[in-house]
Write a protein that binds this ligand. Structure first.
Ligand SMILES: *Cc1c(COP(=O)(O)O)cnc(C)c1O
Length: 370
């Protein structure tokens, strides 16, 4: 018999090629108030109705949740005018992005995304045994021609965040339609619309109509951003019957907890709260952009609830040094070197105090040694 010391479990190909996702930091220097602007969380918290629904679920914790998340799917369907049977809920939209890769990629199949695409796409593709293929972007924006040029007979899935994270840029929907028209019908086009609620552009669409009128497009959404429920892990997908069926076969049978189902349903029905959160962003996103540019830094025009700030590649002024300085001030932004953006930091729009403190700290950083 082979000795147990010579044989050990080995993960299959691809698993050890994964760099585990690194979440935005959430610690400040000891004893300091933390201003956490590193994970695109809302400064307004969740709707009070969602919190009440969450608390209301505390009396039944011995019971399994509804595995079909019916109350949540019906609330989403009501609000968005959708067929609830075409909605799948997930433990965060990350779970849905991952399930899609597992359902549609066989070993050696290719999953495609843009150069600065959300890191979860690469992790999901590798974890499913697929091969990640990266298409270049243009001006920090997804380039439809480059994506189409990267399609091969092995391509089975394309991930596209619109708006994109971490750049904050977006594609007008005519470009998404052009992408869809150029893809073979056996490729799943995943429109990750995590920041859709924030966008105020006439040429933007989240993708609902395209999903309704095609067999190979899905749209994913999340409760982690504008709805302020990141801790509960709630995402949803709207898709064609075939994709919905595949995901319902492969997801965990109780992938959403009962408190999450209850809180999510209450949150999405509270339209007044959503409008307040969107209005807050609409006020502070342009303010931050203007103030930070006035300091001499470049900001990529964003339509989401965060901005990408570019620093000079000059000792004493770099993104890494700015990050260190800000952290010392108790302000945590997101480093994005892992996204191929070593000279930038991503900042989430915070509350008024956080926004003003960050601009002041950036001014102090740039003013050092002048
Ligand atoms: C935040 C984010 C999500 C949402 O993830 P959840 O798992 O729902 O919290 C999805 N896609 C992008 C691009 C994001 O930035």
């Amino acid at each position: 018999m082979t000795s147990s010391t010579t044989l050990r479990p080995v993960p299959r190909a691809g698993v050890l090629a994964i760099d585990a996702y690194v979440p935005g930091r959430s610690k400040a220097a000891p004893g300091r108030r933390l201003i956490k602007l590193s994970s695109n969380e809302t400064p307004l918290g969740p709707s009070p109705e969602a919190v009440a629904a969450f608390r209301g679920a505390a009396g039944d914790l011995e019971r399994y949740p509804d595995g079909a998340a019916t109350a949540l799917r019906e609330a989403i369907a009501d609000v968005h005018g959708l067929n609830p049977t075409r909605i799948v809920c997930g433990n965060g939209s990350d779970e849905l992005l991952t399930l899609l890769a597992h359902a549609y990629l066989a070993p050696g199949d290719e999953g495609l995304y843009g150069e600065h695409g959300f890191l979860v796409y690469k992790i999901a593709i590798l974890a499913a045994g697929g091969t990640p293929v990266v298409a270049p972007e243009r001006d920090l924006t997804v380039d439809v021609d480059a994506l189409l040029a990267a399609v091969t007979p092995r391509t089975r899935i394309v991930y596209l965040a619109n708006p994109a994270n971490p750049t904050g840029t977006y594609l007008p929907f005519s470009e998404i339609r052009r992408l869809h028209a150029g893809l073979p019908g056996n490729v799943v086009l995943v429109l990750d619309a995590a920041y859709a609620e924030y966008v105020r552009r006439n040429d933007y669409e989240s993708g609902i109509e395209l999903v309704s009128s095609s067999e190979n497009v899905v749209m994913t959404r999340t409760f982690s951003k504008v709805h302020g429920l990141a801790a509960l892990r709630i995402g949803w997908l709207y898709g064609p019957e075939g994709v919905v069926d595949a995901l319902n076969r492969t997801r965990g049978p109780f992938n959403l907890s009962a408190p999450a189902i209850a809180a999510g349903a209450a949150a999405i029905r509270d339209r007044g709260f959503l409008e307040t959160a969107v209005a807050h962003n609409a006020r502070w996103l342009p303010w931050l952009t203007a103030e930070i540019e006035a300091l001499g830094l470049t900001v990529t025009p964003s339509v989401a609830n965060f901005l990408l700030i570019h620093f000079p590649d000059k000792a004493g002024r770099t993104a890494a040094e700015a990050d260190e300085f800000l952290t010392g001030e108790g302000i945590v932004l997101r480093r994005v070197a892992g996204y191929g953006l070593p000279n930038a930091l991503r900042m989430t729009v915070g509350d008024e105090e956080a926004n003003r403190a960050t601009v002041a700290a950036l001014a102090a950083f740039l003013g050092r040694g002048r």
